[in-house]
Design a protein around this ligand. Sequence first.
Ligand code: AMP
Ligand code: ZN
Length: 455
Amino acid sequence: MPIRLHDSLTRQTLELKPAQKDGVYRFYNCGPTVYAPAHIGNFRTFVINDVIRRLLELEFPGKVKHVRNLTDVDDKTIRRAQDEQRPLAEVTRQWTDKFHADCAALNCLPPHVEPTATGHIHEQVDMIDVLMKKGNAYRAADGSVYFKVSSFDGYGALSRVKERELQAGSAMKATAADADEKEDVSDFALWKAHKPDDGANAWDSPWGRGRPGWHIECSAMSKKHLGDTIDLHTGGVDLLFPHHENEIAQSQCCNGTLFSHHWYHSEHLLVDGKKMSKSLGNLYTLDELVAKGFSPMALRYALLMGHPRKQLSFSLDSMHAAESALTTLKNFRATLLPGAGLGHDAFGPVLQALHDDLNTPAALGALFTIVNRYAGEVDAASFDRAIFALGLDLNAAAAPQATAPAAVTALAEKRWAAKQAKDFAAADALRKELTGAGWSMLDRKDGYSLEPVKK
Ligand code: AMP
Ligand code: ZN
């Protein structure tokens, strides 16, 4: 079943398939800027990208290469390090670790490669050098290097920026501090000459000391780890312009070939219908939701409740609904018997909805329709495949669950068999043994679960 996904460049829904002969699917996802905890809006984007990754893994097993960068040098990271009077690398390490912990709690698969901007200065300098030699870039008097937008005919194809410019005046206003240095207001920085504010955060280059502009890092890291042409490039909708437009310009002018076959942008998360912002006090982090008693998995579920290409309004009510949905799914999983419904892909409609332009609300709807229709009669593998694609870790869903040791599970299996054979005396004796070992066995119609005895 092909995966079909909206392409922001052609505005069509296109099939995801590897373009190169080796069959490897090359997927680049713009990562976080590591200077503070990522908020739940950021995580909407990363969770959606994780579902894409999971669908790719199911479709092209062992043939997916997922790269997601870390922006560890820019104005925000440098300012944070200076405010705290700490080295930049220490601050970005702290927030990278936090980002990894949050991603793990949200059950996001780690990318195969997670390159950093500061770890790829050479690659960025090399690319800028080629752009200079090809006449797509120029050095300003202060030592900064700019990309000459007028040198690339294809500029604006992704964001239709030229159309927007005509409609709404200049979309690229000359508000930037570097406006004086540029030949044209729409040109953007590839290399920023060192300024006293940057402190020790500068590197040598053929144009003098400085640091890379933000956009070039993704072009350089994508080229290094995935090659000149990739299959899919993604990010939140705010990255479409100028970030991705600029990436296309840099990469295509440098490499002389198509940059990405497919572009996908997911929409933003709002809170109670408003943009998340610090001043409105409606900007949540994962930790804040956990402190309110919610599980990270409930956040993942809530983030999937809206269509990824539509804005989603987050509310605490949706978190309550998500917790209760996860409990239902967990209980349903416990009723599935080995061997039941084997080979019948009852949960196929969940995958179908995801393959149809990542329709996560339709997938969750299909999941519950099937859960409500069957009890214990479906193939566990079919259910598990659907749950894997959505990335729901049902064991991590509610409050932390204890796992029964093997000896306890063996006793429980024996008791279940005795009960099925209607040997109730043996079943009662085994229940006592289980209680003595500190475990209670909860019987359901088609199975059982084990819980530590409540003290
Ligand atoms: P940043 O760390 O700011 O570079 O952002 C990381 C990712 O989060 C990018 O793909 C952004 O497009 C995305 N993002 C930022 N704000 C939101 C939001 N409110 N909802 C969804 N995604 C967002
Ligand atoms: Zn990027």
